[in-house]
Design a protein around this ligand. Structure first.
Ligand SMILES: [Zn+2]
Length: 117
């Protein structure tokens, strides 16, 4: 039997993310939350990051601003800066917990995340 991975992107959102977490908890469904750094940096966002990891979900880096698609950005360093800034924010919360580190893909890995299997 195959496996699928449920991803929740573009959060955390103070209104929607708690509802999603409640539903996932009720049904015992694990998910990957790809978070936007500038939203996660908000105090409500940091609390939601804690809840996401405490409830056993995987956290992924979905850039800092989510403004410009990588392929359309004319500044090569902008890609790694978008990823690195979020990686730095996530490190204290998700270090050594479940974490998917996009920064590996752009050569800016910080070692903050444990491998996800
Ligand atoms: Zn997105």
């Amino acid at each position: 039997m195959g496996r699928i991975t449920l991803t929740i992107d573009n959060g955390p959102d103070p209104h929607e993310t708690p509802l999603i977490l409640d539903m996932l908890h009720h049904r015992q469904i694990p998910a990957h939350f790809f978070v936007v750094g500038m939203q996660a940096a908000h105090p409500d966002g940091l609390a939601l990051l804690e809840r996401i990891t405490d409830e056993g979900h995987v956290v992924g880096n979905h850039t800092w601003s989510h403004r410009t698609p990588f392929g359309e950005n004319v500044y090569p360093s902008a890609v790694s800066e978008e990823v690195q800034r979020t990686a730095d924010l996530l490190a204290p919360t998700v270090a050594h917990r479940h974490c998917f580190d996009l920064s590996v893909a752009v050569g800016a890995w910080t070692g903050a995340c444990s491998p996800v299997h």
